[in-house]
Design a protein around this ligand. Structure first.
Ligand SMILES: [Zn+2]
Length: 184
């Protein structure tokens, strides 16, 4: 489980998404008759990662989390950005299926998947990028997809914050409050 340093609702949302990722994995184990913690589980993870387009993104994320990178030794797809093997695995991650939940705007699930990937491997992203994605997690989890103008306004507000503030804020409201006080 990833502990999101900024805490607050984004951390709670990430915890909920990670729990759902584990739920999807458990269902896959049942489907394939595989026991957790066995070599077969590792083989199944390898099979999923070999053809990510055949599986839901939560299953793919769970599989990647169970495999180690042969190049950097970290979690596959989540190592340092200099690791080519992780870069390739992270690219394949995004070929996985994403199914929008009923009554949510198309693309919400994609947004949630991307925000989750950023929050779980935050060292791979810049301070401002991960701030935007992580703060977006709670809304996306509730099925809200921000409009393009709203997303742009959030990005512009984040740009006015210091890096330290970007790492500390836990909501877009807080970003708006801080950014309204400065001119830049
Ligand atoms: Zn690696």
């Amino acid at each position: 489980m990833t502990c999101l340093p900024r805490g607050g609702r984004p951390a709670e949302a990430l915890e909920a998404v990670e729990a759902s990722i584990e739920d999807y994995w458990r269902l896959l184990l049942v489907e394939y008759g595989v026991a957790a913690g066995t070599k077969e589980e590792n083989d199944l993870a390898g099979m999923v990662v070999a053809d990510t387009s055949a599986f839901e993104w939560r299953v793919v994320d769970a599989a990647l989390g169970r495999l180690s990178c042969t190049e950097c030794g970290g979690e596959l797809g989540a190592g340092p950005t200099s690791c080519e093997s992780c870069a390739q695995a992270d690219g394949f991650r995004f070929a996985a299926r994403e199914t929008d939940k009923p009554a949510t705007p198309p693309g919400t699930e994609h947004g949630l998947r991307v925000a989750t990937a950023v929050a779980r491997a935050r060292h791979r992203y810049g301070v401002r990028a991960r701030c935007g994605f992580e703060l977006g997690l709670p809304g996306l989890l509730e099925g809200e997809l921000p409009s393009t103008p709203r997303a742009q306004a959030c990005r512009a507000a984040i740009d006015k914050l210091t890096e330290e503030e970007c790492e500390r804020v836990t909501s877009f409201e807080e970003v708006a409050r801080l950014s309204s006080r400065r001119v830049r």
